[in-house]
Design a protein around this ligand. Structure first.
Ligand code: NIG
Ligand code: FE
Length: 427
């Protein structure tokens, strides 16, 4: 039987139409293609029509007759938000390190002393599949609450074949069981295991010769990511790992220039990465090369906020022609949040982005950053019906009333997964 849903009379429907073919850059990042007094007609999990309520009523009378209706009067409808960079699957928390950093210890100092990524690696290795599954599932539920309908998820807290596979298998099982869509990234090169830091070559070889082939053979990841940073993976080691991944069809991504300028942005352009992420300290040359090579800049202002670091220069990147996406970087060390709307606030208030640009960055450009823009990221006919309804009358208010959750309803493949008929927060 056909399942029809009509979201009707929204104050604004932010469609993001017209950017599915290629990422939005420069001025195009401000084109939201809004329908005022708009409605969205959904059939069998796909978008059947988007337009003014009166037009839809005329044109789709028969479909609408039997439809379930969501009254969106006074509300803003957007594509489901997309988080293109998360470390979803891990065990344990690191609030002790947060307290240490507040007293002046740095992120890298803590990591070099065996904390940081190493602390989470220890906890994640000790956790069994079921524990990781349950903890990650709860995070997915929370992502839904904040309007996110697709997440990318990285491994990188296993740092051995067995435990990297365990993390990726948890993500794969959750992708099957949970309504959320998860796109996986292998990140065996997230750190050197504590006892291999003084002699890095064997671990680089292990990533290339053992982990990559097995991850690819089991079809557990679409992307291959490396933490290219002084004291972690050098640009040369990163290049070898990313090039090796390409042989197995894994698309390169890079944690680039997060703590200091280190050539990560340049390397992303050189290896044809789909995105370079972080970029707090990216060089002008690196940014220019990214623009020339259409490498998406995935910016993670929650990390700069939480590490009390400088923010990436989004304004400069957009003006120069780098397509930009936004993400939480959800992880227990540098960005323990699951709120992409808060990241959008930070994009405006701390990185010089406009409210239009952050909307683009959290929807269609985020879809491009994970190579999914053909079926998600905008409200266009034929696309998957992943939709967020916010209890605010226009998109500007999403970043104006900051630090609040405005989500009213979230639809995943045509099915409501969050429904707060109370109307969410009052302004
Ligand atoms: O994206 N920089 C490396 N990886 C993560 C942090 C991981 C952690 O601290 O656990 C990041 O910031
Ligand atoms: Fe990250």
């Amino acid at each position: 039987m056909t399942q029809t849903l009509l979201i009707e009379n929204a104050s604004q429907v932010v469609t993001m139409a017209g950017h599915s073919g290629k990422p939005a850059k420069k001025d195009a990042m401000r084109e939201l293609n809004i329908v005022e007094n708009g409605s969205v007609l959904v059939q069998d999990g796909e978008i059947k029509a988007v337009g003014k309520q009166v037009e839809l009523e005329e044109q789709y009378q028969d479909d609408i007759a039997g439809a379930e209706v969501i009254d969106a009067r006074g509300k803003t409808v957007t594509p489901g938000l997309i988080d293109p960079h998360t470390h979803l699957v891990y065990a344990g928390t690191r609030e002790n390190e947060y307290a240490m950093r507040l007293k002046g210890k740095t992120y890298m100092k803590i990591m070099n002393a065996g904390g940081g990524i190493h602390a989470t690696t220890k906890a994640t290795r000790e956790a069994d599949f079921d524990q990781l599954y349950e903890e990650s599932k709860q995070r997915l539920d929370t992502f839904f609450q904040y309007g996110v309908t697709t997440v990318e998820a990285k491994s990188g807290y296993g740092l051995s074949l067995e435990h990297e596979l365990k993390q990726l298998e948890v993500a794969a099982k959750l992708n099957e069981d949970h309504a959320m869509d998860i796109v996986s990234t292998f990140m065996g090169a997230h750190a050197f295991p504590v006892d291999e830091r003084d002699n890095p070559e064997p671990f680089v070889k292990q990533v290339i010769d053992e982990m990559l082939p097995e991850v690819a053979r089991r079809n557990l990841a679409k992307f291959n990511d490396v933490f290219c940073e002084r004291g972690v993976f050098t640009p040369d080691q990163s290049r070898r790992i990313l090039e090796a991944g390409k042989e197995y069809g894994l698309i390169p991504k890079i944690h680039a220039d997060e703590i200091e300028p280190y050539g990560g942005a340049e390397l992303a352009a050189e290896v044809g990465a789909i995105s370079a992420d972080h970029l707090l300290e990216a060089s002008d040359e690196g940014i220019r090369k990214m623009a020339e090579n259409d490498v998406m800049g995935v910016l993670l202002p929650g990390t700069a906020f939480f590490l009390m670091a400088v923010f990436a220069d989004a304004r400069k990147m957009i003006d120069i022609g780098v397509p930009v996406a936004l993400s939480t970087d959800a992880n227990p060390g540098s960005s323990p949040t699951l709120s992409l709307p808060f990241i959008m606030n930070l994009g405006c208030l701390k990185m010089g982005m406009t409210p239009e640009e952050v909307m683009t960055a959290a929807t269609i450009n985020a879809a491009h950053a994970i190579d999914c823009a053909d079926h998600i990221g905008s409200l266009e006919v034929g696309k998957q019906a992943d939709i967020a309804i916010f209890d605010v009358p226009n998109y500007l208010m999403l970043s104006y009333n900051y630090g609040m959750n405005h989500v009213d309803t979230v639809i995943k493949r045509g099915n409501p997964v969050v429904r707060l008929h109370s109307g969410g927060n009052r302004k």
